[in-house]
Design a protein around this ligand. Structure first.
Ligand code: ZN
Length: 349
């Protein structure tokens, strides 16, 4: 399953010369992403064997739900009227171990999902909900994205290391919050970086906390639906992250003044639409807060203004991880929502 240039080379050289060019054309592109462990259940449809379960205690029924290991609003079910909605957002996927030692410790090796550079390691299990974690920067289709591997037992790379797709980087563990040996897994995310000025923004908005992780704090990383991205790549190997994100369902739009400290659209120019020198822009987000599109606007605003929200019969705060809330018959940005927008848009507030 793990692609190596060596294998490809060997295969190409065994082809007749006349086929070599065509073969190169067809085979030169490595898969955009590989899975980080030997567990390939996601791609064979064995979801229960792939996703690590969560303990669920709902209306008196206790279960071990593998669905809770997926990306998205997959946790904390609540019954509203006759319907059940899932209110807690999980920003990555939880992959089960295939190998355990004699005492039950997971032994799976974690591999880089694409070529890249190690930009962050947190070796101190207690200093993050992620436990020990690694962040790797990848340039996919020319844009920087960040894979994050969490709850590690040990880390075998250093910041600055170049890694190839498939290079070992760590050993699976169960460090961090809400996890034990039984539920050991690697939590994997693929992220956009929200703001390179994060370390300046943080103290004014999280006065009670200390930022120990620089710009690679989870608050500054917005995860795409990586589980579905793997499945879509199986059907269309040339699918870009940009095209995938742009398929997302808009949930709310905010008009914001342009700030010199907003650099999201410098990194991800594919988000931009319309006039680049406008005094403000309208940003579309999905319900997790992932930015989908940024459109220049000639309107003048001094603070973030909600311009549209996907209507819903359910309380908005339960569906948007608290970013939007109901206010009478209307919807407004919550304090959490304002704080999030100020980060994305580089506003001092
Ligand atoms: Zn997780």
């Amino acid at each position: 399953m793990i692609w190596t240039p060596f294998k490809l080379q060997t295969r190409l050289l065994s082809l007749p010369i006349s086929l070599l060019l065509a073969g190169t054309m067809a085979n030169a592109e490595p898969p955009k992403l590989i899975l980080p462990t030997e567990n390939g259940g996601l791609l064979t449809g064995d979801f229960a064997g792939f996703y690590q379960y969560v303990h669920r205690d709902f209306e008196g029924q206790i279960s071990q739900a593998w669905e809770g290991g997926q990306y998205g609003f997959v946790r904390n079910p609540r019954r509203i009227g006759s319907q059940i909605i899932y209110t807690r957002f999980h920003e990555g996927i939880d992959i089960r171990p295939l190998h355990r030692g004699p005492t039950g410790e997971p032994e799976d090796i974690i591999h880089a999902i694409a070529n890249g550079t190690v930009v962050y390691t947190n070796p101190v299990a207690g200093s993050s909900n992620y436990g020990r974690y690694v962040v790797i920067e990848h340039h996919l289709d020319g844009f920087p994205y960040y894979s994050l591997y969490a709850h590690l037992n040990s880390i075998t790379v250093n910041v600055g290391d170049s890694v190839n797709q498939g290079s070992p980087i760590a050993v699976m563990g169960h460090t961090g919050e809400g996890i034990d040996r039984e539920r050991a897994h690697v939590h994997l995310e693929l992220n956009l970086l929200l703001n390179s000025h994060f370390s300046d923004w943080f103290p004014g908005h999280h006065a009670a906390d200390i930022n120990r992780h620089g710009i690679y704090n989870g608050i500054n990383l917005a995860g795409i639906d990586i589980g579905r991205f793997y499945l879509e790549l199986q059907k269309n190997p040339s699918l870009t992250v940009a095209a995938f994100v742009q398929q997302g369902e808009p949930w709310f739009k905010v008009l914001v003044p342009i700030s010199p400290r907003m650099d999201l659209t410098d990194r991800y120019s594919w988000l931009l639409e319309g006039q680049p020198d406008a005094p403000s822009c309208e940003m579309s987000f999905d319900r997790t807060g992932l930015p989908l599109k940024v459109t220049g606007s000639s309107e003048h605003v001094t603070q973030p203004t909600l311009t549209w929200v996907h209507s819903s019969p359910f309380p908005q705060h339960l569906q948007t991880r608290g970013l939007i809330r109901n206010h009478g018959s209307d919807y407004v940005l919550s304090e959490e929502g304002k704080r999030y927008i100020s980060l994305v848009c580089g506003l001092q507030r």
